[in-house]
Design a binder for this molecule. Structure first.
Ligand code: SAH
Length: 361
């Protein structure tokens, strides 16, 4: 078997081994490093199962090999530039890559263990009007290895985790191949061996995203960021999908349900006077009637630069009840990390646009 047969075509240009699926590490060690393949299998085990964060940590790998790898390609190609802790236990980290790209990821406490929230892009092109991630547009996609590095850094800071959500900066649908490669590594036998059902991917569902997820077929949860029940309002709030109708989107979501047997979640950020009124709830109930979904209402998390407000608790409760009375399954999310730049893209913005009050490590 050579490199092209394994799917990764250009091993000579590889600068981060985390960009290579773990099942290909043995072949890489044999073909590119000229050492027995089992060292590659062992190294993957160290990274994904035995909490190693550098080649030097892998004490039963030959010293010379560890040296060579450390020189050739560090395991982690990003540095941890900030860690900020919120009173509710959420921990947000900021990573810097060699091109100065800044990436944020969050670990949040939960009843069964921690939930990690990872980013897929630096910035975002969708520009949801209430979100900090897209304020400066998109800088670049993250590679699969760069997505996985967020998991490794958070695990190093906080230990094991129970759930993983792809809900950080960026639109996964605009970087789907790398995102799915990272998720494959999370789930793979030679990777983290993490259960598919503990993973949620959130997307505005750009054209092609849901069909690709259906074809991929893994049992992850998919959350679709709708935020409106009529096209005009959705296109205002989510300009990046202005060419797509809600009906197209939901028909693809229904196809995803038929392909995987998994109900999807509809996400809806509640913004005062924009999409929080009783008529909005009735429109949403009508749109989602008879669809195999659950509705997750998200109270707007204020972004200093933006003019929106969170609705009152009474308004939000009424919204919940309208959907509930229409027979929908609905939850109102409690935000975590709200006092520490926890909404998407906020920590990065505070770092790129000083002054920053966060702790520097
Ligand atoms: N690009 C993906 C992942 C984004 S983050 C997506 O849009 O689904 C996950 C959720 O957080 C999305 O539903 C997003 O709309 C929401 N979100 C973004 N900014 C927010 C804010 N300021 N307050 C509350 N929710 C927000």
């Amino acid at each position: 078997m050579n490199a092209s047969e394994t799917g990764y075509r250009d091993w000579s240009n590889l600068t981060n081994l985390l960009d290579l699926p773990p099942q290909q590490w043995p072949m890489y060690f044999k073909e590119m490093l000229g050492v027995p393949a089992f060292h590659g299998k062992n190294a993957a085990r160290w990274v994904f199962r035995r909490n190693a964060y550098s080649w030097q940590d892998m004490t039963d790998l030959p010293a010379q090999l560890r040296e060579r790898l450390s020189e050739k390609m560090p395991l982690l190609t990003s540095t941890l530039v900030k860690v900020s802790h919120a009173d509710d236990g959420a921990c947000k980290i900021l990573l810097r890559h060699s091109d100065d790209a800044l990436v944020e990821a969050v670990g949040m406490p939960g009843t069964k263990g921690r939930t990690l929230c990872v980013s897929t892009q630096v910035g975002c092109a969708v520009k949801c009007v209430f979100c900090a991630s897209g304020l400066d547009g998109v800088q670049r996609n993250l590679s699969a290895g760069e997505i996985l590095q967020q998991v490794l850094w958070l695990r190093r800071e906080q230990g094991d985790f129970h759930r993983l959500v792809v809900m950080g900066m960026g639109e996964p649908g605009h970087n789907l191949d790398a995102t799915l490669q990272a998720l494959d590594c999370l789930m793979h036998e030679e990777g983290f061996q993490f259960a598919a059902r503990r993973i949620t991917l959130s997307t505005v569902a750009p054209r092609g995203t849901l069909p690709q997820l259906a074809e991929w077929g893994r049992q992850i949860s998919v959350a679709i960021s709708l935020h409106a029940a009529v096209d005009e309002v959705r296109h205002e709030l989510v300009p990046g999908v202005a060419k797509r109708t809600l009906l197209d989107t939901l028909q693809e979501a229904d196809q995803l349900f038929f392909a995987t047997g998994r109900e999807y979640t509809v996400e809806y950020v509640l913004l005062r006077d924009r999409n929080d009124q009783p008529e909005h709830a009735k429109e949403l109930a009508k749109l989602l009637q008879d669809r195999r979904c659950h509705v997750n209402l998200i109270p707007y998390n204020p972004v200093p630069e933006l003019p929106f407000e969170r609705p009152s608790s009474e308004t939000m409760d009424e919204f919940v009840h309208t959907l509930h009375d229409a027979g929908l399954s609905v939850t109102l999310r409690t935000s975590l990390g709200g006092n520490q730049d926890a909404a998407c893209g906020q920590l990065r913005r505070r770092t790129t646009s000083p002054p920053s009050g966060s702790e520097v490590v």
